[in-house]
Design a protein around this ligand. Structure first.
Ligand code: URA
Length: 206
């Protein structure tokens, strides 16, 4: 279903043109709920893209994704393996506005914003995409198995390496660091991501 929509999508000449269009949207399904447009943060030419679910209250206020508690944890995880958020990473969401009371995304909302997300991917052109949580995983991979089953597994899609990872909010709710805990598994995953990133960048140089 998502793939059919992507065939009909508008093609934007630049990332900036896409951002301008998103900023000026007035007919999107969450426009009437009074929340702001939240598009991205990081570097629009980054090799590593992270796709989350939807903006929360803090993101809505500031206008950037992952700037609340989840985002702070996400940054810490990325920095632990020496990624520079400003130059190595592009962070975005499946939904571009906050759903009322942070409820789960609805199918029609995911479908509406998907062509914009597909354009973000095409224009940023990352080598690696991390899908943080269930909704990013559903949108990009149409993967219906639980995140605990598929996290940490690479899928090659359209010449990119895609990996589902735990959503940082899940890690905040499960703070244990014992072997096999979500935090311990996230640590394994992010080290695998760092290794893949270095490998792909070295291939590009050679
Ligand atoms: N959770 C998300 O999935 N995205 C955000 O931007 C913030 C919290």
């Amino acid at each position: 279903m998502f793939n059919q929509i992507s065939l009909m999508q508008t093609v934007y000449p630049t990332h900036q043109a896409l951002v301008e269009t998103l900023k000026n949207l007035t007919d999107d399904p969450l426009e009437s709920t009074g929340s702001n447009m939240v598009i991205y943060r990081g570097y629009p030419k980054a090799d590593l893209m992270i796709i989350g679910e939807a903006p929360g209250a803090e993101e809505d206020k500031i206008g950037k994704p992952f700037v609340g508690r989840s985002g702070q944890l996400l940054d810490k995880i990325l920095q632990a393996v020496h990624f520079n958020i400003e130059t190595d990473i592009y962070i975005t969401n499946t939904l571009k506005r906050r759903p009322p009371n942070n409820r789960n995304p609805k199918q029609e909302e995911l479908e509406y914003y998907f062509p914009f997300l597909a354009e973000e991917i095409r224009l940023v052109d990352p080598k690696i995409i991390l899908l943080a949580g269930k909704y990013a995983m559903l949108t990009i991979l149409q993967e219906k198995r639980g995140i605990t089953k598929v996290r940490g597994q690479w899928v090659e899609q359209g010449g990119r390496w895609v990996m589902p990872i735990f959503h940082p909010a899940y890690l905040l709710r499960n703070p244990r660091k014992t072997p096999g805990s979500p935090k311990a598994l996230m640590w394994e995953d992010i080290r695998a991501v760092r290794a893949k990133y270095d490998e792909l960048r070295n291939d590009g140089d050679g």
